[in-house]
Design a protein around this ligand. Structure first.
Ligand code: GRF
Length: 223
């Protein structure tokens, strides 16, 4: 019998737009007890997001807030905030959420919203990161977990997974190796946050009270 009291656990709301494989990695770690938290709500702006099925399978409440139903970014963000704040979450997780927020939204969740981005930030902000990394001829690529600020893909870094780029890699091959690492580093960062070990102090990230270097913790993939 599970005697744990869910009400004492940090509450999480996850925002998705697509496949939800990072969401799944976090659901799995919460399910296994590695992350001691409760995922209260999963919100998608895309009614067809595969991640919604993952949420349903895990028995987690979902909401679809379709940005196309709103005439401005402000009104869409307001509706998102209404749903998120109703849960009073300690942490908001962006897991492949493909919308740009207003500064009002990002300021409201300052220090309690994380994102994962498929590049070694500050390199390759924005989209098509894997193709751009190959095109640029970098030897190493990867993924970054960061606190969200009003600067797109520009918030303070928590952890980066470093993936070697192979000769003749195509974007899909590289993306697939990076995604495997995303599924490792995102749950690690979420676990740290839920344990009260990870925080944002101004623009500095602290882990166990120590200030992290600007690039965050380096996680070297053994691939
Ligand atoms: C991931 O590559 C993530 O870094 C990016 O969007 C993708 C989402 O994948 N932000 P999934 O929906 O978690 O499978």
């Amino acid at each position: 019998m599970d005697t744990s009291n869910n009400q004492d656990k940090p509450k999480i709301v996850v925002l998705i737009s697509g496949g939800g494989s990072n969401l799944q990695a976090i659901i799995d770690q919460v399910g296994a007890g590695t992350i001691d938290a409760s995922i209260n709500l999963i919100i998608s702006n895309n009614p067809d997001a595969k991640g919604l099925q993952r949420a349903a399978t895990a028995g987690i409440e979902t909401a679809v807030i379709d940005h196309r139903d709103y005439d401005s970014r402000e009104s869409f963000d307001r509706e998102l905030m209404r749903h998120i704040d109703a849960e009073q979450p300690q942490l908001v997780i962006l897991a492949g959420f493909m919308r740009i927020f207003t500064p009002h939204f990002t300021n409201h969740y300052a220090g309690r919203m994380l994102n994962i981005h498929p590049s070694l930030l500050p390199k390759f902000k924005g989209t098509n990161t894997h193709a751009r990394a190959i095109e640029a001829g970098v030897a190493q690529h990867g993924a970054s977990v960061h606190f969200v600020t009003s600067e797109l893909d520009g918030g303070p870094l928590v952890i980066q997974a470093i993936v070697d780029v192979k000769k003749d890699d195509n974007p899909d091959q590289l993306a697939s190796r990076v995604l495997q690492q995303e599924h490792i580093i995102y749950p690690i960062a979420v676990k740290w946050f839920c344990e009260g070990r990870l925080s944002l102090d101004g623009s500095l990230v602290r882990l166990d009270r120590k200030t992290l270097p600007a690039e965050g913790i380096a996680y070297q993939a053994s691939l």
